[in-house]
Design a protein around this ligand. Structure first.
Ligand SMILES: [Mg+2]
Length: 261
């Protein structure tokens, strides 16, 4: 069976409006009601982390639920929902596709490869953005914590693959790569900032370079990981552009058909 490809969305295919527009608007409204030494984002991220650590992880990405919890703590009622703000700011100029996104999705679609969205963002916060950017129609499936009842990096997030061979592409080592590796899914790390001297290598060669573990360790530290680097964080492939995905898919197709035969 030919492999299918799933994509993380934020910082893999696109830039959503949360960091630049949605969170600042919440901050501007909520911060004046908080003690002078604290910011709204501190409250929001604390509640997000608390949910990730102690509750149903799916709820950690329920930004409206998080806002309501925070507002209860300060006995306030928000004049908007986060969904409203996403709709308001999901407009061209505030949300972006990477330059390689559309050409690559078109190329993969032309090869009739099924493409799947696989994101920790709830669909109500992601779909207005993918609709605005014109990429929703590329996806035959749209998987989020709401229907998966799990989040990346939990292996069960990837249960949507069923019996299919799956290649997952994402930018976060501690979510996309860790989750895909745990689930036995082929993991592809997109790292557009990778130093140019690595660009001449192919997607399978880069991870064999002697400096690769240093690159991974630095990136994991940026993601907030404080432990040591284990093999669970090492991707099967490293790409600097989505244009490298078709050769990866062809290579995996041969590998899967050999192992099936
Ligand atoms: Mg991402």
């Amino acid at each position: 069976m030919e492999p299918v490809i799933s994509f993380d969305l934020d910082h893999t295919l696109m830039i959503n409006p949360f960091r630049r527009w949605v969170f600042p608007e919440i901050e501007a409204w909520l911060s004046p009601q908080l003690p002078a030494s604290s910011t709204a984002m501190e409250y929001i991220l604390r509640e997000h982390r608390n949910r990730l650590a102690h509750q149903d992880k799916v709820a950690a990405y329920d930004w409206d639920g998080i806002l309501e919890t925070v507002c209860r703590q300060v006995q306030s009622t928000p004049p908007f929902t986060v969904k409203d703000l996403v709709h308001k700011h999901a407009v061209i100029g505030k949300v972006w596709l990477y330059p390689d996104t559309l050409p690559s999705l078109r190329c993969l679609k032309k090869e009739k490869i099924p493409l799947i969205a696989a994101t920790n963002g709830w669909e109500c916060y992601q779909r207005p953005v993918t609709d605005c950017l014109g990429i929703t129609s590329f996806f035959s499936e749209y998987h989020t914590p709401v229907n998966c009842r799990a989040v990346k990096p939990e292996a069960s997030f990837f249960d949507f693959r069923g019996h299919r061979s799956l290649i997952h592409v994402g930018d976060r080592l501690n979510q996309d790569i860790l989750g895909a590796n745990r689930a036995g899914v082929t993991s592809v790390w997109i790292y557009r900032e990778l130093d140019e001297r690595w660009h001449g290598m192919n997607a399978a060669e880069r991870k064999l370079h002697p400096d690769f573990h240093r690159v991974l360790t630095e990136r994991l530290h940026q993601e907030g990981h404080t432990g040591s680097l284990s093999s669970e964080y090492v991707p099967d492939y490293v790409i600097v552009s989505l244009k490298e995905l078709l050769p990866v898919w062809k290579r995996e197709r041969s590998r899967f058909s050999e192992s099936a035969g």
